[in-house]
Design a protein around this ligand. Structure first.
Ligand SMILES: Cc1ncc(COP(=O)(O)O)c(C=O)c1O
Length: 442
């Protein structure tokens, strides 16, 4: 249901405390949020950040908010039993999507927690024999930070560089293995550039060397085919909200044979067989299960549909604009991700001008400056180009019309900014900028 902003503002005028800095305020002809005026809601092309809940998922969840609200760990009455049954169905749906046994699935609050449990948990459990971890420079922050935490405890971490296209160099990876390597953590699909890592080759090498193989599959679940046995994956982190499920739920897959052990990161009532204490949130677990069941049925359709829209986006932008570069491998890429840099455009201005399209940028906004993304930096993308990168995330509910609008807005903004760029003018006049010797004025 669309939000009625007039209703919202009425509520706010009754309670000024409800007004937050980022709440929209009504202005003539539209509304203003964070200092930007808009006539309607921006179109959403940021599916790697999060996805809308599929209405079928919401339908599955609602009874567990309203009538079936028992604690799934209550053993003495029907309320508990029915919630427990629903959680187990969801566990089975998640397991089915990755070819696992339901007993190998442990609910968490999301992929961040699953990554923490996998990385810290494995290394803490095997601390007497294994002191080394291999990961990559382009992992999600929660993997990198878990590794840094372990470094502070005295473990060694190898942060593998990636090739220009964002892929791990498998030969290089193999060389990094040591006798005391206890864990390899390489993501399945990169959240910024959509690159799919060679999981099968990495899994083979890990199994041969008897090293546990963990993959952060937050961006891969339900998007690409994942089978834990075929890929020889021992631990896998999953998230609900990237696959049209609810936020606040995820899961960790942990292999039973050969068995992986972890030290739990949370003390408590011993739920989830002691791996993750805390009441399992039934509606959220049911939602994630339903999202997985839908993905299992519709993955092939989604891939085709989303792939077509992304291709349309890429084709139209390329035909209407010169000087655009796709970041990351085109060949080994999730079809719903398009990360593009626009040359001779000022990054911050591009972002500010694109407020009508909800996309992500290759710059992380810190208080004082725009830092180029560490992922793009790892690929060797020039700072200028990293600053002007936009991640378009297309999803199941994106439409052809939204893509057309996004193209129109992006083309007009880039063209406008280039008209103001002296460098662009020089390039148009045929000047090779690389031949220019710039002098610095004191
Ligand atoms: C690759 C990757 N890993 C982990 C996460 C964290 O997931 P969650 O929000 O479920 O904690 C994300 C989400 O941004 C992600 O893209």
């Amino acid at each position: 249901m669309p939000i009625n902003l007039n209703e919202q503002s009425e509520v706010k005028s009754l309670s000024s405390k409800a007004t937050t800095k980022s709440s929209p305020t009504i202005v003539e002809g539209g509304f203003q949020i964070k200092g930007v005026e808009m006539a309607g809601r921006p179109l959403y092309l940021d599916m790697q950040a999060t996805s809308p809940v599929d209405p079928r998922v919401l339908d599955a969840m609602l009874p567990f908010f309203l009538n079936q609200y028992g604690n799934p760990h209550s053993r003495t009455h029907m309320y508990g039993w029915e919630s427990d049954d629903a959680v187990e169905v969801a566990r089975g749906q998640i397991a089915a999507l990755i070819g696992a046994n339901p007993k190998e699935i442990f609910f968490t609050s999301g992929a961040t927690e699953a990554n923490n449990v996998a990385i810290k948990g494995v290394m803490h459990f095997y601390k007497d024999k294994k002191r080394h971890i291999i990961t990559s420079q382009t992992e999600h922050k929660c993997v990198l930070d878990s590794c840094r935490y372990l470094q502070q405890e005295g473990y060694d971490v190898t942060y593998l560089p990636v090739k220009k296209d964002g892929m791990i160099d498998v030969a290089h990876f193999e060389k990094a293995i040591r006798k005391d390597t206890g864990l390899v953590s390489i993501m399945a699909v990169n959240n910024e550039i959509g690159v799919i890592q060679p999981l099968s080759e990495l899994g083979d090498i890990c199994r041969k060397n008897k090293i546990f193989f963990h993959t952060d599959a937050a961006q891969a679940l339900g998007k690409i085919r994942l089978n834990v046995d075929e890929l020889k994956i021992d631990l896998m982190s999953l998230s609900g909200h990237k696959i049209y499920g609810p936020k606040g739920i995820g899961a960790l897959y942990m292999r039973r044979r050969p068995r992986v052990r972890v030290e739990p990161q949370m003390s408590g009532g011993g739920q989830e067989r002691g791996i993750r204490s805390g009441t399992v949130p039934t509606p959220l677990a049911v939602g994630m299960g339903a999202a997985c069941a839908i993905a299992m049925q519709e993955m092939a359709y989604d891939e085709k549909y989303i792939g077509k829209l992304t291709k349309q986006l890429h084709k139209e932008l390329s035909s209407k604009l010169e000087g655009i570069v796709v970041n990351g491998s085109i060949e080994h890429r999730y079809v719903g991700n398009l990360n593009i840099s626009f040359s001779y455009v000022e990054g911050e201005s591009l972002l500010m001008g694109l407020k009508e399209v909800a996309v992500s940028s290759g710059s992380a906004c810190t208080s004082a400056s725009l830092e180029p993304s560490y992922v793009l930096r790892a690929l060797g993308v020039d700072e200028d180009m990293a600053h002007t990168s936009i991640r378009f995330g297309v999803g199941r509910f994106s439409t052809k019309e939204e893509i057309e609008k996004a193209v129109e807005l992006t083309v007009s903004q880039v063209t406008k900014l280039r008209k103001m760029s002296p460098l662009w003018e020089m390039v148009q006049e045929g000047v090779d900028l690389k031949t220019i010797k710039w002098t610095q004025h004191e």
